[in-house]
Design a protein around this ligand. Structure first.
Ligand code: IPE
Ligand code: IPE
Ligand code: MG
Length: 234
């Protein structure tokens, strides 16, 4: 049985639907936002593991276009956690070689979060060990519809896949090879609907705040046992 990662068979881009923060907190009798806070620690562990395993792109679903349905208190808590995480980790991103990018309509966020995101993106833009792509106010359908509107703005009357992909938020990142969803839910919840067309799916019952290097390694080894066919027959 395969126990270690085979580096030349590794995914190039892993996308994670970080789910289960609320349940993690509730199980402990804590407010939901302490679950999100513990989720930040899991992000830090996952970034270190990605660098250790030499996988160059990590996309994290941090806030969906549907998450606005939650209580204002929870939403504000998530925003301030993300803002503090970005501003407190600038030096660490530079030291580790992490380049931060984002996808989603961040204009809807508070100014302080937008400016900390913009400044961390600018300051880390030359880093090349890991691209950390944060999905913030992101929805797969919104991504596609926005792309269509950009195509219309460019007055195109016909477009092929290769061209269309240039209009997506994630461009020029490669499509994810592996998507991981924690907390036992088996759905995509509107994440990267176009980009995941041929992605391998991995679901684990582990709640996001408990996720770490061991769990990432397990997912990668599972991925390496899959036979990807892309519609072919060998
Ligand atoms: C994921 O954890 C984080 C976000 C969606 C922002 P949840 O907050 O969805 O946790 P559960 O699903 O309620 O346990
Ligand atoms: C998906 O999790 C969104 C993020 C991880 C940011 P949700 O917890 O919002 O998804 P549903 O509502 O269970 O489908
Ligand atoms: Mg959830």
């Amino acid at each position: 049985m395969q126990k270690e990662i085979i580096s030349d068979k590794s995914p190039k881009h892993i996308a994670i639907i970080m789910d289960g923060n609320g349940r993690w907190a509730t199980k402990r009798g804590l407010p939901r936002n302490l679950g999100h806070k513990a989720g930040i620690k899991a992000i830090e562990r996952t970034i270190d593991a990605m660098i250790k395993f030499q996988i160059p792109v990590l996309s994290l679903f941090a806030f969906s276009t549907e998450n606005w349905k939650r209580d204002k208190e929870e939403i504000d808590g998530i925003f301030s956690l993300v803002r503090d995480y970005l501003s407190e980790n600038k030096d660490s991103f530079l030291k580790k070689g992490v380049r931060v990018v984002s996808m989603g309509d961040i204009k809807a966020f508070p100014d302080d979060l937008v400016s900390s995101l913009e400044s961390v993106q600018e300051e880390t833009k030359n880093n090349d060990k890991l691209t950390l792509n944060l999905a913030l106010n992101y929805g797969g359908r919104a991504d596609i519809i926005r792309a269509v509107n950009e195509v219309i703005k460019d007055k195109k009357t016909k477009i092929d896949e290769k061209d269309f992909e240039k209009y997506l938020y994630s461009y020029p990142l490669p499509d994810p090879d592996l998507v991981i969803r924690t907390s036992g839910e088996m759905r995509l919840s509107n994440f990267m609907m176009y980009q995941l067309a041929y992605c391998e799916l991995y679901f684990t019952p582990v709640l996001w705040p408990d996720f770490g290097e061991k769990d990432l390694k397990k997912a990668i080894i599972d991925f390496q046992k899959r036979e990807r066919r892309f519609g072919g027959n060998k």
